[in-house]
Design a protein around this ligand. Structure first.
Ligand SMILES: CC(C)(COP(=O)(O)OP(=O)(O)OC[C@H]1O[C@@H](n2cnc3c(N)ncnc32)[C@H](O)[C@@H]1OP(=O)(O)O)[C@@H](O)C(=O)NCCC(=O)NCCS
Length: 231
């Protein structure tokens, strides 16, 4: 890639929130970037409703990237997203959903999406938003560029969503990715339960059970689970 161009973009890029005057431009960009059609009301909402964190990256006053995020209570997430946090979190706890992240083709690989994501993370990790425990998003299973982007930025796949999207009438699979923030924790898996049971056994040090036996039982459980998960 062209390094001088990259430095100049990074140096001159500016950030501002979207406003209703941006509707036509944002609509044009989203149509270019995403295979999904959004209703007009969606564009009105994301450019005017303060519940959305809708940030634009601009270069010479032109929008070259946007991120649109909704911060909401865990209780208001869709069914398929409701288990992103460990079960002890109250339903009033907050999570942030990335609805859109896109960069104009000519400006990709200049760090623009990373800067937009960094701004979001700084906003969400401010002291007053400590109650927000996770950032999550859905991505088409075939969108390798976006998947690589999120994985490099420490997002982890939470679940596979078969037939989650309908693209031109055809069902397409997706993934749910999550980044935990502000000390947020994922739900416990079966492996976590067994591992914790093993730890507990080690701590109890029952007089009748020598350490070696406890270790063997624990090791057997781990091997059993490793075998089960590698299938
Ligand atoms: C996914 C997407 C948002 C990434 O945007 P981007 O601005 O190109 O992202 P960045 O530049 O921050 O990072 C992309 C790559 O460029 C590299 N890069 C960033 N700055 C660079 C620089 N100055 N020189 C060289 N490479 C650079 C990054 O390291 C990164 O590589 P990596 O993924 O191997 O780490 C963009 O490809 C896009 O808009 N795709 C279409 C819409 C889409 O699919 N959105 C996601 C929906 S969930």
């Amino acid at each position: 890639m062209n390094q001088p161009m990259s430095f100049s973009v990074q140096r001159e890029v500016q950030f501002r929130f979207l406003c209703p005057n941006d509707i036509d431009e944002v609509k044009r960009l989203c149509t270019e970037w995403f295979p999904i059609e959004y209703p007009d009301t969606w564009y009105q909402e994301i450019t005017s409703n303060p519940k959305f964190y809708s940030l634009a990256a601009t270069y010479h006053s032109r929008i070259i990237g946007i991120i649109v995020v909704e911060v909401k209570q865990l209780a208001n997430t869709n069914k398929e997203d409701a288990d992103i946090l460990a079960s002890y979190y109250p339903s009033t706890c907050q999570v942030a959903y990335i609805l859109s992240l896109g960069v104009v083709v000519d400006y990709r690989k200049h760090g623009i999406a990373s800067l937009l994501l960094d701004s979001l993370i700084s906003y969400l990790t401010a002291k007053e938003r400590y109650n927000c425990k996770a950032i999550y998003l859905h991505v088409l299973a075939t969108n390798c560029v976006a998947i690589k982007f999120y994985e490099k930025r420490r997002f982890n796949v939470h679940s596979f969503l078969p037939y989650y999207y309908s693209i031109q009438g055809k069902p397409r699979d997706g993934y749910l990715y999550v980044l935990y923030i502000n000390g947020g924790k994922p739900p416990w898996s079966t492996i976590d339960y067994f591992m914790n049971m093993g730890e507990l056994l080690m701590k109890l040090q029952p007089c009748a059970l020598p350490r070696q036996i406890i270790r063997s039982v624990r090791g057997w459980f781990c091997r059993l689970l490793a075998g089960a998960t590698s299938d």
